[in-house]
Design a binder for this molecule. Structure first.
Ligand code: FAD
Ligand code: NAI
Length: 471
């Protein structure tokens, strides 16, 4: 970037939030530059998050299925082995293809890609420490902060990404650890715990709360999911907190205690995965140079149009409020650019799905039963088990259920919770239903192809206002 040139928009961070905003801005005819320090576009999601974890989840599931789930299907297999190096290679190939793809889209949409670390010099000027050496500055009429998040460290345990790891170490291990302790039974703990458990590790998940799944998961779904994962070999210690850890010497020792105090226990492991949540990342961004502050959880404070108190500086994605999800970041990116170019934008925060890519998958949108109860909302429940669904039966994949919650008076759908095969794809229908303000009867009276898993969705809807046919 030349020092004199002023862009319409400078974006700091090339993750999902930043890169989608950059493409949208380019498409809208803005002169736009995107600064990214990692040396590859796509941020956490493409490089060390969504994509590599799903590659490992998919391939470890295939392995696990070949080991344990073929005989009764009439398939006999010989010796089955994991080649971890090749599995990691497959993951890296997927990641590289996608990050390069984003770079191509930048070129296609006239986005200038600046490889380096950006920091505010003043309200319109970003100083960039270039990856290839040297420095430059870039000026923007508008600036978008999309610097994402990082793993919250566990106090007293130093992350080395070998023995004491975050998700970043968990997607890159060179060998299968014999014993693995996971601190935190949220989405990362369960997804990465699943991967290594399937590949042969003895995995124990320590969770502070009385249920797994992290924030938002329906309690009934969490309970059933826990049972299923236990059957697959994972161990759980709920209502238990980790008080400290010791990684000196060989292996790691973890001290746990009942969440309410009292019962103490020592766990030893070869590897400890810290998965207690993520926190916004604004290190080195120079916020102090422009007087921007974050809240008590490190989030940049914004208004409904994603503006900070400095009106031409916006923030979206993990660095600000809301669920730390790639598709949420993507929605905000489009909306933020529309606010900038048209003056209006739209994100429906009540219709953002969550998916956990274990097997079976867990997916939900809207409110769960705990939330509705504590808000005093009167609601109806319709459930349908996959064990009564013809396609799940033919696939010999019948664990789980679909649960629909709708308003007791109006029948408007308030929440949908699924644990079961393909839940992550199926939830899209639920998101659309909620987005369109559908009632459970609307869904129930919509024809669903037979035999498909999505008939379980339709029948759960039928059961919400009337009765299911097949159960
Ligand atoms: P990020 O993706 O973190 O991107 C921010 C970028 O900004 C980074 O690349 C960083 O290098 C760069 N940056 C920071 N500071 C500077 C600076 N000063 N100068 C230049 N560049 C800077 N979400 C889902 O929806 N589905 C999933 O399946 C899923 N799986 C996940 C699995 C794991 C293991 C993890 C950790 C996360 C997962 N997530 C998933 C969450 C998802 O990755 C995030 O919500 C998403 O990446 C947020 O996008 P973002 O652009 O806000 O931030
Ligand atoms: P999380 O917030 O989902 O779960 C953290 C869990 O750790 C909670 O259940 C919490 O009660 C527990 N915990 C906290 N401190 C603890 C302690 N001291 N001892 C024991 N348990 C403790 O966070 P996680 O799993 O780290 O994931 C971070 C974020 O990344 C997610 O919230 C999600 O936004 C995103 N993500 C999304 C994925 C997806 O969409 N499939 C996959 C992976 C991550």
């Amino acid at each position: 970037a030349s020092e004199a040139e002023e862009k319409d928009l400078v974006i700091i961070g090339g993750g999902v939030a930043g890169y989608v905003a950059a493409i949208k801005a380019g498409q809208s005819g803005l002169k736009v530059a995107c600064i990214e320090k990692r040396g590859a576009l796509g941020g956490t999601c493409l490089n060390v998050g969504c994509i590599p974890s799903k590659s490992l989840l998919n391939n470890s599931h295939l392995y696990h299925q070949i080991l344990h789930d073929t005989k009764h299907r009439g398939i006999e297999v010989g010796e089955v082995k994991v080649n971890l190096q090749a599995m990691m290679q497959a993951k890296d190939t997927s990641v590289a293809g996608l990050t390069k793809g984003v770079e191509f889209l930048f070129k296609k949409n006239n986005v200038e890609y600046i490889k380096g670390t950006g920091a505010f010099q003043d309200e319109h000027t970003i100083a960039v420490n270039l990856i290839d050496g040297g420095e430059t500055t870039v000026r923007g009429k508008n600036i978008l902060i999309a610097t994402g998040s990082e793993a919250t460290p566990f106090p007293g345990l130093t992350i080395d990404e070998k023995k004491v790891i975050t998700s970043t170490g968990a997607i890159a291990m060179q060998e299968v650890p014999k014993k693995m302790v996971v601190i935190g039974g949220g989405i990362i703990g369960l997804e990465m715990g699943s991967v290594w458990s399937r590949l042969g590790s003895e995995v124990t998940v320590v969770e502070f709360l009385g249920q797994i799944g992290g924030p938002g998961m329906d309690a009934e779904v969490a309970k059933q999911t826990q049972k299923i994962l236990q059957k697959q070999g994972m161990k759980f210690k709920l209502n238990t907190k980790v008080t400290k850890g010791d990684a000196e010497g060989e292996g790691v020792t973890i001290n746990t205690e009942a969440a309410k105090g009292g019962k103490e226990e020592l766990l030893d492991a070869d590897v400890v995965l810290c998965a207690i949540g993520r926190r916004p990342y604004t290190n080195g961004l120079g916020l102090e140079n422009i007087g921007l502050e974050t809240d008590d959880r490190g989030r940049l404070i914004i208004d409904q149009e994603y503006r900070t108190k400095i009106q031409h500086i916006r923030a979206i994605g993990d660095v600000t409020f809301g669920p730390m999800l790639a598709h949420k970041a993507e929605e905000e990116a489009v909306a933020a650019i529309e606010y900038l170019t048209k003056g209006y934008g739209h994100v429906n925060y009540g219709a953002i799905p969550s998916v956990m890519y274990t097997h079976p998958e867990v997916a939900w949108v809207g409110q769960n039963e705990q939330e509705l109860k504590s808000a005093g909302v009167k609601y109806k429940v319709g459930s349908f088990p996959f064990s009564a669904n013809s396609r799940a039966k033919t696939n010999l994949d019948t664990l789980g259920f679909v649960k629909m919650l709708s308003d007791a008076e109006t029948d408007r759908i308030l929440g949908i919770h699924i644990v079961g095969p393909n839940a992550g794809e199926m939830i899209a229908e639920g998101v659309l239903a909620i987005e369109y303000g559908a009632s459970s009867e609307d869904v129930a009276r919509t024809s669903h192809a037979h035999p498909t898993l999505s008939e379980a969705f339709k029948e759960a809807a039928m059961a919400t206002y009337d009765k299911a046919i097949h159960y």
